[in-house]
Design a protein around this ligand. Structure first.
Ligand code: SF4
Length: 472
């Protein structure tokens, strides 16, 4: 499998988890990160507080690889934060694994970040010129430097000072020996929720992390809100100006787990409505609705329900594909896709198939899937995509390829259909997407479909663009 094949999808970004006032804090953080593993598979880390000091364990790889019983035993205390990462800004190596830790005259502080700062590089250059030395290439370290330089007396004020200077997307957790602080940027790009468990307070990127540890969902951290947990209890502050929210709609389309409640809605139900809208907008005569698993399943169920065309798991996913595997010397047709997906001939042979997927990025994988479905005897293959064509990259925390590599940015739907060799192709319209999201859809970012970016980024800075549009 070539890199291009492996990466022909948007990548997840990061997940954060924190817990305050629970004797099992490090173990529960481990479980919380386990539930958030889909949001980042490159590195994982936990910081806990014991005897007034921060204890740090971080490593490259999946949560289960990084945390052995030995490493978990070294983490003690009743408060902790943790992070899973897929690199959006900054390369993939241990120095960039989070939580990052800061030692300053105020004491120790650790930080976890989900999102992307659009002006991080510009600030970094300015700080470096003034003598700051960075230890990672992560945009998150910029926040730590700004905090360290702030003259503010308290951690809270130094965080506000720092965040007033950055732009972009951030759902952040900070941990000092006596405080856990959660902050969501004023536009609320990335999700962040508060839960409760046996007198403890829990904070996570997605509510599926609460379900695993038996915590109860309480509410979301609001856009622009800073929540401070300490021995005084929970305090809420709104230190930033009010902005029009721009929550990431792609969390519904693809990123979040379907069993999570994100931005006040069930991901699974929104995804199903995407499929229903798609069936109404782009009906087709067919015998079977087949999802591209796993992310296409809910939308395919919605398509099937609204169209009356039976749903079948005609493609089976191998869930145990590691990041590295031995590629055979002998060329095997569709090997790169086959390692992940296999068609069920008995279901597909002789049938007119509606193939439902959540997005087409470069088009390479989709073309192979269509071909694979035909190779087991499908009579017709109709591709339906549960969102509009992706025409722009994301600057707010999703790892996307270069604009020039996005097939939707440079080709018409008919040209893409021809490239896929599908009998028909249709995307959900922006209006359909907004209907599926429902009331309050104005509070969502849809820039990768519309090219209308809610937070401007310095286009003229080629270095900045290099940071975000990583060539592969
Ligand atoms: Fe989400 Fe797309 Fe906006 Fe990025 S550009 S935050 S992926 S909706």
């Amino acid at each position: 499998m070539s890199d291009t094949e492996r990466d022909d999808h948007f990548h997840d970004h990061c997940g954060v988890f924190g817990i305050w006032n629970h004797d099992e804090a490090p173990n529960l953080t481990y479980l919380g990160l386990y539930a958030l593993q889909h949001r980042g598979q490159e590195s994982a880390g936990i910081v806990s507080v014991h005897d007034g000091r921060l204890l740090v364990e971080r490593g490259m790889g999946m949560v289960a690889d990084v945390f052995t019983p030995g490493t978990l035993k070294r983490l003690k205390g009743n408060r902790a934060i943790g992070h899973v990462r897929y690199s959006t800004a900054g390369e993939s190596h241990l120095a960039n694994a989070q939580p990052l830790k800061l030692d300053s005259y105020r004491g120790e502080m650790a930080i976890c970040h989900n999102g992307n700062l659009v002006n991080a590089l510009l600030i970094r250059y300015a700080l470096e010129r003034q003598g700051s030395i960075f230890t990672s290439t992560s945009d998150t370290e910029v926040i730590l430097h700004l905090m360290a330089r702030s003259g503010a007396r308290t951690w809270e004020d130094s965080i506000v000072d720092a965040l007033r200077q950055v732009n972009g997307a951030y759902s952040l957790l900070f941990l000092s020996p006596d405080r856990l602080i959660a902050v969501r940027d004023p536009r609320g790009f990335r999700p962040l929720s508060i839960g409760a468990l046996d007198g403890a307070t829990v904070i996570a990127s997605e509510t599926c992390a609460f379900d695993l540890i038996g915590a109860r969902f309480v509410r979301d951290v609001e856009p622009g809100e800073m929540v401070v947990l300490s021995d005084r209890g929970i305090e809420s502050h709104k230190p930033f100006g009010v902005e029009q929210p721009a929550q990431c709609v792609f969390e519904y389309v693809y990123f979040s787990r379907p069993d999570s409640e994100v931005f006040g809605r069930s991901v699974s139900l929104v995804r199903e409505r995407l499929g229903q809208e798609l069936a109404r907008e782009a009906p087709v005569e067919a015998d079977l609705v087949v999802p591209v698993p796993d992310s296409g399943v809910s939308a395919a169920l919605g398509f099937s329900g609204a169209s009356g065309i039976p749903f079948q798991m005609g493609l089976v996913r191998n869930h145990y594909v590691g990041r590295t595997f031995i590629e055979p010397r002998q060329a095997i047709r569709h090997f790169g896709v086959k390692i992940k997906l296999n068609p069920v001939r008995r279901l597909i042979e002789g049938k007119r198939v509606v193939l439902v997927d959540d997005s087409i990025v470069r088009g390479t994988t989709s073309r192979k899937i269509v071909s694979m479905v035909r190779s087991v005897g499908a009579r017709e293959v109709h591709v339906r995509i549960s969102c509009p064509p992706t025409i722009g990259p994301c600057y707010y925390g999703i790892d996307t390829p270069l604009r020039s590599e996005l097939i939707g940015a440079s080709h018409t739907v008919e040209e893409i259909r021809q490239h896929l060799r599908a009998d028909s192709l249709a995307y959900l319209s922006l209006e359909g997407l907004q209907r599926a999201v429902g009331e309050g859809h104005q509070a969502f970012c849809n820039a990768c479909y519309t090219d209308k970016y809610p937070v401007p980024f310095p286009r003229e800075e080629t270095a900045q663009l290099r940071l975000f549009e990583k060539p592969r």
